[in-house]
Design a protein around this ligand. Structure first.
Ligand code: SF4
Ligand code: SF4
Ligand code: SF4
Length: 186
């Protein structure tokens, strides 16, 4: 049987499949459908950038135009990284990830499967403890910066833990003192 390749398929094949929704649609395929039906322009995909727009313009035989900044800016590829010491296992990032690139279970630390992460950033906002950071894929200088950030967060968490433990000890001391007063009074 002959496979029918539609213009939507051809447009979708050019789109980067980041599935980030920055174009204003629920994913790359819906955006491809909107372009094909004249409901969207070819310059709404930040991850695809100028190169993607050129390919779309060539395919559709229309003029190239710059990326519309209203939809975001083109950035080098990044992937998400979870700072495991800070993760509380709430699973909100798993629910947000459009490509199932996050592993984890409720109340356990989560981790991103680097090879499957598209860098869509959709897991960032739902994380209640801001423990997901984006890292450029192959730039050692920025990896170093991310590691420094992780270190800072880890140290901040350790300090918080020490403070919490001191506060707990203080509360226990106060409770004992109150009980002592009550016993004396009875
Ligand atoms: S902005 Fe581009 S990569 Fe993101 S969902 Fe839309 S078409 Fe896909
Ligand atoms: S892990 Fe985060 S950035 Fe990566 S694909 Fe999933 S939601 Fe997008
Ligand atoms: S949203 Fe943040 S805290 Fe919750 S499981 Fe994901 S990484 Fe951990």
């Amino acid at each position: 049987m002959l496979e029918v390749i539609t213009v939507i398929d051809q447009i979708n094949a050019i789109l980067p499949q980041t599935q980030c929704r920055k174009c204003g649609f629920q994913g790359c395929r819906p955006y491809a459908e909107a372009i094909a039906s004249g409901l969207a322009d070819i310059n709404q995909c930040p991850p695809g950038g100028d190169l993607g727009i050129s390919e779309l313009a060539r395919l559709l035989n229309i003029d190239h135009k710059p990326l519309n900044p209203k939809f975001g800016e083109h950035k080098p590829k990044q992937i998400a990284f979870i700072i495991e010491d800070a993760c509380i296992g709430c699973v909100k990032c798993i629910a947000a990830c459009p490509v199932d690139a996050i592993l984890g279970a409720a109340k356990f630390m989560h981790t991103v499967i680097a090879s499957e992460c598209t860098g869509c950033e959709l897991c960032i906002a739902p994380c209640p403890v801001d423990c997901i950071v984006m890292q450029p894929v192959s730039m050692s200088a920025d990896k170093y910066a991310a590691a420094q950030l992780a270190k800072k967060r880890y140290e901040a968490r350790c300090l918080r833990k020490v403070k919490e433990s001191e506060e707990k000890a203080e509360r226990a001391k106060q409770k004992k003192a109150e009980l002592g007063i009550l016993k004396k009074g009875t």
